[in-house]
Design a protein around this ligand. Structure first.
Ligand SMILES: Cc1cc2nc3c(=O)[nH]c(=O)nc-3n(C[C@H](O)[C@H](O)[C@H](O)COP(=O)(O)OP(=O)(O)OC[C@H]3O[C@@H](n4cnc5c(N)ncnc54)[C@H](O)[C@@H]3O)c2cc1C
Length: 532
């Protein structure tokens, strides 16, 4: 079963503690810290109020079901889960297994003036699935009962899934037929295919497989106004694309029950490689050249100097990292070095060509290969970073991220500016923050910019939340200032809604509001999310 107050499974098997070296490193950077006390499951369950809805065959009003669906995975959510101060709980939770059952639930909600929150894996990091503080009774609809590969059209390479299918079940059911979707957000273990569509998600290997909007080919959506079936076409010029209405609408228009996606045969080969560039400035030129030459890589990640430094410090064996650093120094890559991780995926010939050409470009820019071990380490730990949050928390530290995408012309300034503003956001209280940045999801036009920050918990939950608010505001305001999107992959939800008008404009927001009105005149679907 999913852990009720953290990431992963209740067995905690994948958790790892901070090593003493890693802890010492962090203490040296931002000071020693002390953990805050966690609430127990029993204490939290005792705070769940009486449901405003009567018991009903369609849904559960059980306190634990409601508690387990009250919060996602944002840092404020994490603080609520750990302190036991949840705030608001849904009044009921439903677990449908078919589109017809979802239709019945929506009909019931409409007839009885109940608000509805569609719920996939609950991995939202922006407050997508949290009930509003005021308003009508809330019914959360957990989609994970719809978890089947319903059909696979091998000729057209279109697979149809129940919208609540989580990442590992998507891939295992496709792999049994020799196919893959190739969508690997870091939350892959717990997030669902419907949630990916509803929040416009992006996977680690989007360079090969595309973002979810390129994969999403059609499907079924149940709305308060009726059922909408979106047919699949390889391409169409017949007016605006209805698929686009639902991509990223975060449950505001209806519930996606069946998702049709474009899949590909399993690749013959895949490997991940790491090389180092002598400086960030040089590396930026190199990666832009690589991506603009349309090299067939499946992923690229360029860590800035601070992220490189941090990752090497946290990597484990100090002796092996010492040897690597001596070797790099000998090859002219020293103090300012930055790490570049990339993946090659495809046929034997495609992988060999992509690897050769990438290395050629990198070499021209002073890039030096680091052997196979670091690439293998990335592959091994690609879904493990979220578990580190537990190790940090137990030592009294909180960690969060801020991400955007900008055109190449602004990448360098945005990466430096966002990181700097976050680093200095707690200066008024004399608190240091450790922030570092990478680029991933690179495009011909620009790149995502992803900043991670670690800070000490305050002496109380309230103080910790206040620190987070300052950090979030600093990062979001910097993103707006540098002309970035308020989210490249995490969506808008509650936490980013106030920043949406700066990129959509007044008329754009009106258009989205208009769309919401068409499908949901009473604003019953996930109210308070997406729109300010
Ligand atoms: C550790 C961690 C790492 C992450 N890494 C990534 C990453 O690499 N890339 C990335 O894109 N995101 C990432 N995320 C964010 C998150 O996983 C994505 O937003 C994901 O797409 C959410 O899917 P979900 O199934 O958990 O949806 P939920 O969190 O349950 O819901 C998200 C939104 O979608 C709506 N929704 C869900 N299912 C449906 C449905 N069937 N019909 C209509 N609306 C629906 C909800 O109402 C809500 O508004 C990460 C999150 C965490 C915690």
């Amino acid at each position: 079963m999913k852990r009720w107050n953290g990431w992963g499974d209740e067995s905690n098997e994948l958790d790892y503690e901070l090593s003493s070296a890693a802890l010492g490193f962090l203490e040296g950077l931002i000071g020693k810290s002390a953990p805050l006390a966690d609430a127990s499951l029993k204490q939290v369950l005792a705070t769940v109020p009486q449901s405003r809805l009567p018991g009903h065959a369609l849904y559960s009003v059980d306190a634990e079901d409601r508690m387990r669906h009250a919060r996602g995975q944002s840092l404020p959510d994490w603080l609520a889960l750990r302190s036991g101060e949840f705030g608001v709980f849904p009044d009921a939770v439903a677990f449908p297994e078919t589109s017809e059952e979802v239709r019945d639930l929506l009909h019931h909600a409409r007839e009885n003036q109940i608000d509805v929150i569609p719920y996939g894996g609950g991995t939202s990091v922006v407050g997508h699935i949290n009930p509003e503080e005021k308003g009508r009774p809330v019914l959360t609809i957990d989609m994970t009962g719809m978890k089947q590969l319903m059909s696979l059209d091998k000729a057209s390479q279109i697979a149809t899934f129940g919208a609540g299918t989580i990442g590992p079940d998507v891939e295992s059911q496709l792999a049994a037929e020799g196919y893959t979707l190739g969508h690997y957000p870091q939350s892959w273990e717990l997030s669902t295919i419907g949630g990916w569509v509803a929040s416009r998600s992006s996977g680690q290997q989007s360079m090969r497989y595309g973002r979810i909007e390129q994969m999403f080919a059609g499907g079924r959506i149940e709305t308060l106004e009726g059922t909408l079936d979106i047919p699949t076409f390889p391409a169409s010029s017949a007016g605006p694309d209805i698929r686009e209405f639902f991509l990223g609408t975060e449950g505001r228009l209806g519930i996606i029950t069946e998702v049709k996606v474009r899949v590909t045969p399993l690749p013959a080969q895949e490997a991940f490689h790491v090389l180092f560039f002598p400086s960030w400035e040089v590396a930026l030129v190199a990666v832009r050249e690589i991506v603009q030459n349309k090299m067939q890589l499946s992923m690229m990640r360029l860590s800035n100097q601070l992220e490189t430094f941090t990752q090497l410090k946290l990597a484990g064996s100090a002796r092996i990292i010492g040897l690597l650093e001596s070797y790099l120094k000998m090859r002219g890559v020293a103090g300012e070095k930055v790490m570049f991780t990339f993946g090659v995926t495809g046929s034997k010939g495609q992988c060999a060509a992509a690897l050769r050409l990438t290395r050629e470009i990198a070499k021209r820019h002073g890039g030096v290969g680091a052997g196979a071990a670091l690439g293998k380490k990335w592959e091994h730990s690609r879904f493990r970073s979220p578990y580190l949050r537990h190790g940090l928390w137990d030592a009294g530290y909180a960690v969060d991220t801020m991400e955007t995408a900008v055109d190449w012309v602004r990448v360098a300034d945005a990466a430096a500016g966002i990181q700097s503003d976050i680093t200095h956001a707690l200066e008024d209280e004399g608190e240091p923050v450790h922030a570092f940045t990478h680029l991933s999801h690179m495009y011909g036009q620009g790149s995502s910019v992803y900043t991670t920050y670690i800070f000490r918990c305050g002496s109380s939950y309230e103080e910790t939340l206040e620190r987070w608010k300052k950090l979030k505001a600093a990062g979001a305001e910097a993103i707006v200032r540098f002309g970035g999107t308020i989210s490249h992959q995490h969506g808008v939800g509650k936490d980013h809604a106030q920043y949406l008008p700066s990129e959509k404009g007044e008329l754009g927001i009106k258009a989205i509001q208009g769309l919401v009105k068409v499908f949901d005149a009473q604003q019953q679907m996930n109210p308070g999310k997406l729109l300010p």
